[in-house]
Write a protein that binds this ligand. Structure first.
Ligand code: SAH
Length: 361
């Protein structure tokens, strides 16, 4: 079956012609899929019935089905648990800001990066998401709330660069002028730091914001938190960031999750200040969101403020991430994990099923 929503207009045109149909049908279908967000061929009412039947036999429209939606009473944040065609579960989040509606999407089912504080990686990687599924995470929400989605962040479950081709295709489709037309400047891709793929992304020259999950200012501390640090040093990572800036002109964001007693001390802030002071960047401090499977503790407010003040002395642009949807809280991947564990019986099956949970760097 052809995954029709993952095709760009050119590919769709070729496909439609291969079915012996006229070229202009591709434009009509593309609009139905990417502007009207239909979920099946029967809704494409300006297509002849025999073409709809042909498409039904040969292609499919991948959709995500909301199985649970949680709405914050505090700030309107919405968390969506979606079921995919094969029964897998993923999550997406809608955050309402004064500058627009932002959707945080998952890029993989699970993750194999193994970051110690993250719930998304606990059961390993189940499978890659295809572009149509990532698009539908956004389309469903826009349909649901009846308002335009203006910003996308790739910060849900999964490592976007570990699903490189599908993610790049998704980025091109979501910013296509015949689709949702979201400008690259309103898209942020967050990565744990796979150095060669950061360079490859830079070469795509897309105008997006790159966010790097740094979380430490020396390799030893970083290795305790993130296995990927065994493969690439911070020096190599920062070099790739400089390359990205040179290639795209886009300032890089560094995410730094503060874990009490591990990376939140004043001395660590000084080290981070020295490391980043010459880079045109933005630092986003995130008090770690503790997950029950690990015993990392969140930094206290006073330490977070102190950390920020130190970085500001180095003239670094710093923000503390505002916590959205506190009443429906759950760190990255926690909602999916608890839903899955309930269904599978405390996650026992999940753990047995995945014998290779992490990449060995
Ligand atoms: N794989 C990508 C994107 C997903 S996670 C990446 O690593 O960047 C988005 C951000 O949330 C990352 O910076 C990640 O390190 C951070 N994160 C994950 N779990 C967290 C937790 N429990 N508390 C605070 N930050 C967390």
């Amino acid at each position: 079956m052809t995954d029709i929503k993952s095709l760009n207009l050119e590919e769709l045109t070729e496909y439609i012609q291969s079915l012996g149909e006229k070229k202009f049908r591709a434009k009509q279908i593309y609009k139905w899929l990417h502007q009207d967000f239909v979920t099946g061929f029967d809704e494409m009412t300006n297509l002849p019935k025999d073409l709809r039947e042909k498409l039904k036999r040969d292609a499919c429209v991948y959709v995500v089905k909301p199985v649970k939606v949680m709405v914050s009473q505090l700030d309107g944040t919405r968390k969506y648990l979606y079921e995919l065609n094969d029964g897998n579960i993923i999550e997406s989040v809608l955050m309402k800001y004064h500058h627009g509606n932002s959707v945080c999407i998952s890029t993989q089912v699970g993750c194999r990066m193994g970051c110690r504080f993250c719930a998304s990686t606990l059961d390993g990687l189940e499978r890659q998401l295809v572009p149509s599924e990532m698009l539908d995470e956004v389309y469903r929400i826009q349909r649901d709330i009846g308002e335009r989605i203006s910003n996308i962040v790739l910060m849900g479950s999964g490592e976007p660069l570990d699903n490189y081709d599908n993610v790049v295709k998704f980025l091109k489709l979501i910013s296509d002028e015949n689709g949702l037309n979201i400008s690259g400047r309103n898209i942020t891709l967050s990565t744990c730091g796979i150095v060669p793929l950061i360079r490859r992304l830079a070469d795509e020259k897309m105008q997006l914001t790159l966010a790097i999950s740094l979380h430490a200012s020396d390799d030893n501390t970083r290795r305790k938190l993130m296995p990927v640090a065994n493969k690439y040093t911070i020096a190599e990572l920062l070099d790739a960031c400089r390359y990205f800036f040179k290639a795209t002109g886009r300032r890089v964001t560094f995410e730094y999750s503060l874990v009490a007693g591990v990376n939140d001390m004043e001395s660590e802030a000084v080290k981070l200040g020295n490391l980043l002071k010459d880079i045109n960047c933005h630092v986003n401090l995130i008090p770690v969101n503790p997950i029950k499977e690990r015993n990392f503790k969140q930094s206290v407010k006073k330490d977070v403020e102190k950390f920020k003040n130190v970085l500001e002395k180095y003239k670094i642009n710093v923000t503390i991430r505002r916590e959205m949807g506190r009443d429906i809280q759950g760190a990255c991947g926690q909602l999916r994990k608890s839903y899955k564990d309930n269904i599978e019986g405390n996650g026992k099956n999940a753990t047995e099923k995945h014998n290779k949970k992490e990449v060995e760097w």
